[in-house]
Design a protein around this ligand. Structure first.
Ligand SMILES: Cc1cc2nc3c(=O)[nH]c(=O)nc-3n(C[C@H](O)[C@H](O)[C@H](O)COP(=O)(O)O)c2cc1C
Length: 193
């Protein structure tokens, strides 16, 4: 079958048609909608130092390996943060808490994000950590892999901490931001069919 279904023997053979040429184009909006059913946390990736410090809201974070301690996230190729991470060679992953929805939105727009408007403190690499985040990981950049219109950044975790132990995480589901507490509130649009 095609890329959209289970791969069958007709595309696995070396003599068959090229799998990528034969595969139907997947509608990006459908892909976004289906992937939106996979609930995630929300992070702000920070990088740079001093005047070059910046941040971007990202939900594509995942932990990769415990030994060595590796994590990854995906960033749009044209993101303003990409050259900043390149120059710095380091980044921090800041896990947001439920009450930080506005902050997530502020760092999800090219012109509204301003890192000097939020409370930060420097990590060991010098990259700022958001002081009110749920938790953070400070990382050294170890690899960068092209992935279509995004780039996958792989980082070695050098330092980590829990900053707001008792807060709920901010979560992203069906294209909406919310906290786990919202789940309990009857009629919240985020959870209705
Ligand atoms: C909840 C949420 C999750 C996001 N996750 C990502 C992501 O994983 N990768 C990405 O490149 N952009 C992601 N974005 C979009 C970026 O935050 C947004 O495009 C960016 O901040 C705009 O400026 P920049 O791309 O120049 O940094 C996300 C936005 C939101 C609201």
């Amino acid at each position: 079958m095609s890329r959209a279904g289970v791969q069958g023997p007709e595309v696995a053979g070396a003599t068959g048609p090229d799998r990528h040429e034969a595969a139907p184009v997947v509608d990006p909006r459908a892909l976004r909608q289906v992937c939106g059913l996979f609930v995630t946390g929300v992070t702000v990736i920070t990088s740079g130092m001093g005047e070059t410090a910046d941040g971007t809201t990202v939900n594509s974070f995942t932990s990769v390996s415990l030994d060595p301690p590796l994590v990854l996230f995906c960033l749009h190729r044209e993101s303003r943060l990409r050259p900043v991470i390149h120059r710095t060679g380091a980044f921090a992953v800041n896990f947001l808490s439920g009450p930080q929805e506005r902050l997530a939105r502020a760092f999800a727009a090219r012109d509204t994000a301003a890192i000097d408007e939020v409370r930060t403190h420097p990590s060991g690499t010098g990259v700022p950590v958001l002081s009110d985040a749920l938790a953070f990981l400070s990382c050294q950049l170890v690899d960068e892999v092209e992935g279509g219109d995004h780039v996958i950044f792989l980082g070695d975790v050098l330092e980590l901490g829990v900053l707001r132990q008792n807060r709920e995480p901010l979560i992203f589901f069906r294209g909406a931001l919310g906290s786990l507490e919202d789940k309990l509130a009857a009629g919240h649009p985020m959870w209705d069919g």
